[in-house]
Write a protein that binds this ligand. Structure first.
Ligand SMILES: Nc1ncnc2c1ncn2[C@@H]1O[C@H](COP(=O)(O)OP(=O)(O)OP(=O)(O)O)[C@@H](O)[C@H]1O
Ligand SMILES: [Mg+2]
Length: 211
């Protein structure tokens, strides 16, 4: 595959959607066309799963049901979107990927990390991100940015969100080559500039000449 998969991760309100938008504009201005996508919900099936997973009020969804719904969404997304776009040579900006499952269902819900890793392997068929940004925002700050229309996971208590944050800290402490932490408490434009700086280096390493 010749494209590059760039993932944005982090707790609620870290600015993933905002930064993906800014980055897409910036890359487009440089003449690099990108595909933006998200999990859950990057395919028609995924949209239905997203609604099931995130609707604020519904039937009981246990931790293992939640884990498997996310995995189904990911399997469809990898097969129908990510592999296709990457083989066409595209840069793909993806809102959440495997690290979300480790952080939320592993650290947040307390499910077994080895099982999650195996499930991620099944869902992705081994497709790894080339670069993952963690938009690291203080848990309270992130939640306060998203006071209205909170989905089912956003409505979890603060202790849950702290465990998720701890999970991200753990994941990103293990690798600093393809996992980059960004301080997302700053102004969106400052965050964007930091992402630009890192991506410029990466794009050069990857052989993008127009940068
Ligand atoms: N750096 C920032 N400083 C202040 N506000 C921000 C910043 N980045 C984003 N916001 C605002 O915070 C809110 C949440 O941002 P955004 O939707 O981009 O976060 P997100 O990480 O995609 O959240 P979610 O996990 O819910 O999808 C939006 O109203 C956005 O305008
Ligand atoms: Mg978002």
């Amino acid at each position: 595959m010749s494209g590059k998969l760039i993932v944005f991760e982090g707790c609620e309100g870290g600015g993933k959607t905002t930064q993906i938008h800014l980055l897409k504009e910036w890359l487009n201005q440089k003449g690099i066309s990108v595909t933006t996508t998200k999990e859950p919900g990057g395919t028609p099936l995924g949209q239905k799963l997203r609604h099931l997973i995130l609707a604020p009020k519904q039937e009981l969804i246990t931790a293992s049901v939640e884990l498997l719904l996310y995995a189904a969404d990911r399997a469809a997304h990898v097969e129908q979107v990510l592999r296709k776009e990457l083989s066409a040579g595209k840069i793909v900006l993806c809102d959440r990927y495997v690290d979300s499952t480790v952080a939320y269902q592993g650290y947040g819900r307390g499910l077994d990390l080895n099982l999650i890793s195996q499930l991620n392997q099944i869902a992705t068929g081994g497709l790894q991100a080339d670069l993952t940004f963690w938009l690291d925002v203080d848990v309270e700050v992130g939640l306060s940015r998203k006071r209205l229309n909170r989905d089912r996971l956003e409505q979890e208590d603060i202790a849950f969100h702290r465990r998720v944050h701890f999970g991200y800290a753990h994941i990103f402490a293990q690798d600093n080559k393809s996992h980059i932490r960004i301080d997302a408490n700053n102004h969106p434009e400052t965050v964007h500039k930091e992402i630009q700086k890192i991506l410029l280096l990466k794009l050069q390493q990857w052989g993008y000449k127009q940068i």
